[in-house]
Design a protein around this ligand. Structure first.
Ligand SMILES: [Zn+2]
Length: 271
């Protein structure tokens, strides 16, 4: 009976396979056994010969599992980006598209990404200030996209959009606990309403880092004209505590100087 059950459990020989002197199938590729002998399996008096994976099959399975987990991770990144970045334009703002004009800022932003675990642990965030068109949003989104690529849950939005959604639909409340980082682009254009304060307070209480960009200066944020504004910006600056000023541009001469330095570093390497 048992023999009948295990009858088909032997390895099906493949091209190149051979048998040892016990009649067991060996892999033609790796030479490892594709069958093993099991003495007295449960309830049986006789031993049986059973197929087992050889080295090639074990490695093939490992490769398959690695491919699967990579695919799953990539699917998750796509999902995170769809879920966290509603404005398509933000998704193209990446370090790969940086022209290096503000290389000091670029370096700081890349450091933020590479030190993410520390930033997250201490809820360290950034306030990007600077003139219109300088690239504040660009750098904030570079950080967001680079972290999303690593599987970090980032929400990129505008405070004014969050306020509008919450006012229009009281159920459209974003649970900030679903995210590891919030990026608010262009703060300062929303009204200093109770809703705006509640949203910022929710982000604060979620204990996650906050990155904001604004056309206001740091002084304007610190010394607002009204109490309502002040309490919103106080809360924001508590989380987005590190200021980075993004200048409009650096001159061509400075780019040339920077390139020359880069070339020199490369050519002098190891000298
Ligand atoms: Zn093999």
């Amino acid at each position: 009976m048992l023999e009948q059950i295990y009858k088909n459990a032997r390895a099906i020989p493949r091209e190149g396979d051979y048998t040892d002197d016990q009649g067991m199938c060996l892999c033609g590729e790796c030479g490892k056994p594709r069958e093993c002998f099991i003495e007295h399996p449960a309830g049986s008096r006789k031993g049986i010969i059973k197929a087992v994976p050889c080295q090639c099959e074990i490695e093939e399975e490992e490769r398959y599992q690695q491919r699967r987990s990579l695919e799953k991770f990539q699917d998750r990144v796509v999902e995170l980006r769809q879920h966290g970045i509603t404005d398509k334009a933000y998704t193209y703002q990446r370090f790969e598209n940086d022209d290096g004009r503000n290389y000091v800022v670029t370096k700081k932003c890349k450091q933020y990404v590479s030190k993410w675990q520390t930033m997250k642990k201490h809820c360290y965030g950034i306030t990007f200030t600077g003139a219109v068109g300088g690239g504040k949003s660009f750098f904030a989104c570079c950080i967001a996209n680079a972290l999303i690529d690593q599987g970090v849950r980032v929400l990129v939005t505008r405070l004014s959009d969050l306020v509008r959604n919450r006012v229009q639909d009281k159920y459209a409340v974003v649970d900030f606990h679903d995210f590891d980082l919030i990026v608010l682009d262009d703060i300062g254009v929303e009204g200093a309403t109770q809703t705006a304060y509640n949203i910022i307070d929710d982000i604060y209480r979620a204990n996650i880092p906050l990155i904001v960009t604004t056309n206001m200066s740091l002084d304007q944020l610190k010394e607002s004209t009204t109490i309502e504004k002040q309490r919103i910006y106080d809360r924001i600056l508590q989380r987005a505590s590190y200021p980075i000023k993004v200048d409009v541009t650096i001159s061509r001469l400075e780019i040339a100087r920077k390139n020359a330095k880069d070339i020199q570093d490369i050519l002098n390497e190891g000298l």
